[in-house]
Design a protein around this ligand. Structure first.
Ligand code: PLZ
Length: 443
């Protein structure tokens, strides 16, 4: 069976998208990039249709947000029913039930065999910022530990926590202090679990444990390059933080909520954060984020200390309740594991066949392919960008990532049609082969 998509009727971007993009340049601040300057008119579980009538295969999910599809019927039903009731009260003014139900679901599903509480916000960065506030209130300590290559957001504090300078931090400093970075156990480029953990213990000894409220870590790094840390690294962080009275904050904003084939990526390593952060897929595109964690830690904050006008907006809470219904379908997580098998089946043979393919990695529907020189591991951002651009021209939406920009990441909706996924991967692998072969022939 062949897939009827991608279905291209113009060049990508087409004339209408190009016209809108020109209008955008006159109206919208220049600081926003665009991975693919195409304007979308409709979406399905697997595809995006643009204003020129082209249908693209979606291997991005709006950066891991539309995990249940960008036009999910349950989300639509719940959100439209809420639209008919009311759009906003501000939870700090008058309350509504869905906020409580979302908190209850997260309390019972987030890893950790302890009594939990949840606080809802709107963006991922806001969840990270609030986790820091909560950790400081609970411990009475100031500092925050973060790891190399981490990404935690674009607000001033979360930029300080994010590793990569350009484009996130360039010209925006100074940043809040008391953020200290420790090595990551990056299997391709790092020194291994033991060395990374020894460096953390040294840093804690240098500053004194009482300097640090929390260590914040992504269980699988997102923007940093889909780095699945060496086995034992997360468990080591769990042990060392506990020994030093430092709270472990697990940032599941990109990797959580089914993306890796388990409900939470921390489950692969059998760890539980004292606080766990979710966003992105939580609201299926309606802005919603959460801090979920130990009741005693969460409730260390005084009444009135947490909030925000839109925190836990009622439309977004309804969307989250629909997402939970999807995540509870017994076939969903097995389907995600099948997505990983399909992606590995297509990409892994390239590792042996093509010198510039340095690594194929990831979990579930969070998979990546890294391009680098075979001998020196010198990153090949140029190749990743060229291949990604060729995929776009062929109607497959891929994204790049990584500290060096040399990684192509695949984030298909968890509900993508398997036939469409196969087709997208055939196009991607053909482009990787032809681009790399042409280069090898020229060398
Ligand atoms: N923590 C692990 O992945 C957001 C950033 C896109 P916000 N990642 C996508 C961009 O270039 O702005 C992210 C993340 C992790 C925190 C965040 C921040 O989430 O909802 O973008 O604030």
């Amino acid at each position: 069976m062949t897939s009827p998509v991608p279905h291209l009727v113009t060049d990508i971007p087409g004339p209408r998208s190009r016209q809108l993009h020109a209008e955008r340049e006159r109206a919208v601040a220049r600081g926003f990039g665009a991975a693919l300057p195409v304007f979308v008119s409709h979406a399905t579980a697997s595809t995006l249709e643009d204003v020129d009538g082209n249908i693209l295969i979606d291997l991005a999910s709006g950066i891991a947000v539309t995990s249940v599809g960008a036009a999910n019927p349950r989300v639509r039903e719940r959100v439209s029913a809420q639209l008919d009731r009311f759009t906003h009260t501000c939870f700090m003014v008058t309350e509504y039930e869905s906020f409580v139900r979302v908190a209850e679901w997260l309390n019972s599903h987030v890893p950790g065999d302890f009594d939990k509480r949840t606080a809802l916000f709107s963006t991922g960065a806001e969840a990270v910022e609030n986790a820091v506030k909560i950790a400081r209130a609970a411990t009475g300590r100031p500092g925050i530990l973060v790891v190399d290559e981490a990404y935690h957001g674009r607000s001033l504090l979360t930029m300080a926590m994010t590793a990569k300078e350009h484009p996130y931090k360039t010209s925006f400093g100074p940043f809040p202090g008391d953020v200290v970075r420790v090595p990551n156990a990056n299997p391709l480029r790092g020194e291994g679990t033991e060395a990374a953990l020894a460096a953390l213990e040294e840093t804690i000894a240098e500053h004194g444990a009482e300097a640090f409220a929390a260590l914040v870590v992504e269980p699988i790094q997102g923007e940093g390059g889909f780095v699945v840390p060496d086995a034992g690294f997360l468990a080591g962080l769990r042990r060392i933080t506990a020994e030093n009275g430092i709270l472990l904050v697990v940032d599941e904003i990109q990797a959580g909520l089914g993306r890796t084939g388990r409900l939470f990526a921390s489950e692969h390593e059998g760890i539980a954060g004292d606080l766990t952060l979710t966003a992105k897929a939580l609201g299926a595109g309606l802005p919603l984020s959460a801090v979920t964690g130990r009741a005693d830690v969460m409730d260390a904050v005084h009444i009135g200390g947490l909030g925000g006008t839109y925190a836990g907006n009622p439309l977004a809470c309804e969307a989250a309740l629909a997402v939970f219904e999807e995540l509870e379908k017994p076939e969903l997580l097995p389907d995600v594991r099948r997505i990983e098998e399909t992606i590995r089946h297509h990409l892994e043979p390239l590792e042996a066949a093509i010198d510039a393919v340095a690594d194929v990695r990831g979990r579930g529907a969070m998979m990546a392919i890294e391009f680098a020189d075979a001998e020196t591991l010198e990153p090949r951002a140029d190749l990743a960008q060229r291949i990604s651009a060729a995929c776009h021209a062929a109607g497959v939406l891929t994204l790049t990532c990584g500290t060096f920009g040399n990684v192509i990441r695949l984030l298909p909706p968890l509900v993508i049609d398997p036939v469409v996924l196969e087709r997208g991967l055939e196009i991607l692998t053909d482009i990787i082969r032809s681009t790399c072969r042409a280069e090898e022939a020229a060398a």
